[in-house]
Design a protein around this ligand. Structure first.
Ligand SMILES: [Zn+2]
Length: 236
């Protein structure tokens, strides 16, 4: 944690709406850790408990019956490393988000937004999400945000794909690049907390110094709303 930058965003609120335990850490764990360290109150919503995940630990020590509880525990530990204040589950079955009544889902997320009053919302892009659950929760969260009508909306992206936004129909002006260099240790700790998923990623378990080299300095977000806080920040 960079103490010099501490609490510069005190009082801000961020709502992250994702599909599975580990989405938050693997995709934008650096950004969550950075803003938590700056005093932002972060609420994470996970639509499912990831109980249909194919990875069961290495060597496998979980099964379909035990996976959900294990992943919930791991997610809580990851939230601790990242500094996420509150974790909420929508209790949707893994791999079925796209089949949930959309109005109901939008309504639940919108209700949460009214309750939490986030300054920034991050979720998946409804077509660039990469997994049907990601796209479905992103679509619902986007619709909920439009109805809520306050703050800023951002879509996560994977790795460095948004170095070339034109490939996806965007321009550099649509992209926010967050420098997470000072928070990579927290991101790595969160990867390790998701043990049953990350055990198969050899690099995660190398010595810290070596493992950290696998994590990029920047995380990229696509603007989902008109407000333009800046090129390198999710907040005004
Ligand atoms: Zn996922």
């Amino acid at each position: 944690m960079n103490t010099k930058k501490s609490l510069t965003n005190m009082g801000r609120k961020l709502l992250a709406v994702f599909a599975h335990p580990d989405d938050e850490s693997f995709i934008c764990g650096g950004t969550l850790a950075k803003y938590a360290a700056e005093g932002v109150e972060i609420t994470l919503v996970s639509a499912t408990r990831g109980e249909m995940g194919r990875r069961m630990g290495n060597p496998p020590y979980l099964n379909r019956e035990t996976l959900a509880a294990a992943r919930e525990i791991e997610l809580r530990q990851a939230c601790g490393h990242l500094g996420v204040h509150e974790l909420k589950f929508l209790d949707i079955r893994d791999k079925t988000v796209e089949f949930i009544d959309e109005e109901l889902l939008i309504g639940r997320i919108e209700e949460l937004m009214h309750e939490l009053k986030p300054d920034a919302v991050i979720t998946f892009h409804e077509t660039l999400g990469g997994h049907p659950d990601h796209c479905a929760i992103g679509k619902a969260a986007t619709a909920a945000f439009r109805r809520y009508g306050q703050g800023s909306l951002y879509f996560v992206s994977f790795g460095d794909m948004m170095l070339q936004p034109d490939k996806f129909g965007y321009t550099q002006d649509d992209i926010v690049r967050v420098d997470v260099q000072d928070h990579l240790k927290a991101k790595l700790a969160a990867f390790r907390a998701h043990r049953c998923q990350s055990e198969l990623m050899e690099w995660v378990w190398q010595r810290d110094e070596k493992a950290l080299r696998n994590l990029g300095r920047y995380e990229y977000f696509i603007r989902g709303s008109q407000s333009q806080p800046g090129k390198d920040s999710l907040f005004k």
